[in-house]
Ligand binder design. Structure first.
Ligand SMILES: O=C(O)C1=C[C@@H](OP(=O)(O)O)[C@@H](O)[C@H](O)C1
Ligand SMILES: C=C(OP(=O)(O)O)C(=O)O
Length: 411
């Protein structure tokens, strides 16, 4: 546990921030490069622990692959090792053992993988026992629990003797992450055709080609800077480096969201410059395709007292923690809340006369979730604040506190 005290800001800030690289793009590039023979040059790989874990596990062929709390690492490596006929135990933290993986395991079994559950049916740890191709050319997968299962299967599909046509069912979530997978696969020479209308993705059997790949900065990490600008003293502004105008990352939706919540984004050729603009009087957003932004936006809407409706946040319950519950518990410390209006579908940010954001010494609990720490840190724009376990940020943005230290005092 590493406690940090964030001191309330007193003056407007101007900063230039070199964001970390995207861990989503990095972890795909590492798998694709490995499948292509490992000879490409990957630049600007993320320093995120999730990416370091992926690199370490790909480099060292150990019998037990412990992914810690990295969802993509667990899902992508399980498919990679299973299809490569490798015997492995796939395991992770206690929380990872509560995050579902049954849909991916079922899909791999249909393709010919032998996989058993070591403890609970449908959850890690898994024992991968080998692979003999079952001749499956068509596979149906649910897309309503995690898109990572679909990305994992897509990335191994070109290595199957007859390729694969994937048929997606259920309410699809996180589609931009599937599109990112497809785009990156194409950069490594795969032949992929997505027919979203008919929910089919066809992948031809074709060896990957070695390719160089440069990873973009992380838009999910950018979201915390949008929040700092939105909640900062009048005149605060920041330039975020390494972001592209046309991103593969769905979390670039933060531009459109913050246009409504008080931040204007201007492309500078090397990133985006963020400045303050008036926010709209009310807000509603469907987070189905950008779930990692929901915590950040919950805090911004609550602090600004903007009546806000959130939909598409069901998947938050199976991430690093139950993020819906975690947001509720932390907002309640300030007499605000995220209230469920319709079971599991519609939520609303509520504030009242008791709501106050200047509550010196409030301690934010982080639930072993990097995004809880980073989404609530911008409250330092309103109050002196304690973060109860600041080390959680290593999962995606290891130098977050050093960057934040450029605009506030941290002790
Ligand atoms: O594929 C990816 O890189 C990711 C997909 C999303 O997960 P779900 O598909 O489970 O929503 C996202 O929340 C996660 O941070 C990264
Ligand atoms: C949900 C996340 O990651 P993962 O699912 O890869 O653990 C995240 O980074 O917010």
């Amino acid at each position: 546990m590493k406690k940090l005290f964030l001191h309330k800001i007193t003056q407007p800030f101007q900063a230039q921030i070199q964001l970390p690289a995207s861990k989503s793009e990095s972890n795909r590039a590492l798998i694709l490069n490995a499948l292509a023979g490992g000879t490409g040059s990957l630049s600007n790989l993320s320093e995120a622990r999730d990416t370091q874990t992926m690199q370490r596990l790909l480099q060292r062929d150990e019998p037990v692959a412990d992914v810690l709390d990295a969802g993509t690492t667990m899902r992508f490596l399980t498919a990679y090792y299973a299809a490569a006929n490798r015997q492995k135990v796939m395991t992770g933290t206690a929380r990872m053992q509560e995050r579902p993986i049954g849909i991916l395991v079922e899909a791999l079994r249909e393709l010919g993988a032998r996989i058993t559950y070591q403890n609970k049916e449908g959850y890690p740890p898994l024992q991968l026992e080998g692979f003999s191709y079952a001749g499956t050319k068509d596979l149906t997968m649910r897309g309503d629990v995690s898109s990572q299962f679909i990305s994992a299967i897509l990335m191994i599909a070109p290595t199957l003797p007859e390729g694969l046509t994937l048929h997606l069912t259920g309410q699809l979530g996180s589609i931009p992450y599937i599109e990112m997978t497809i785009q990156q696969m194409r950069q490594f020479g795969a032949d992929v055709t997505a027919d979203w209308e008919n929910r089919q993705i066809r992948v031809a059997a074709q060896p990957y080609q070695s390719s160089d790949y440069a990873v973009e900065s992380d838009w999910s990490a950018a979201s915390y800077w949008y929040s700092l600008v939105a909640l900062g003293p009048e005149g605060s502004e920041v330039e975020l480096l390494g972001l592209k105008e046309n991103s593969l990352q769905g979390d670039s939706a933060i531009i459109a969201i913050m246009q409504q919540l008080g931040v204007k984004s201007t492309y500078t050729g090397r990133g985006f410059h963020l400045t303050q603009i008036p926010a709209e009087k009310s807000f509603s957003w469907d987070f189905t395709h950008c779930p990692d932004l929901a915590q950040t936006i919950a805090v911004i809407a609550a602090v600004k007292g903007i009546p806000a409706e959130f939909t598409g946040i069901e998947s938050l319950k199976v991430k690093e923690t139950d993020r819906v519950l975690a947001i509720q518990q932390e907002l309640q410390k300030f007499d605000a809340n995220l209230v469920e209006e319709e079971a599991n579908t519609k939520y609303r940010i509520v504030t009242n006369e008791q709501t106050s954001w200047d509550r010196a010494g409030t301690s934010i609990h982080t639930y072993e979730d990097h995004r809880m720490a980073m989404a609530f840190a911008p409250l330092a724009m309103c109050t002196n604040l304690e973060i109860d376990d600041a080390s959680v940020v290593v999962k995606s943005y290891p130098h977050f506190w050093e960057d934040l230290g450029k605009i506030i005092t941290i002790s």
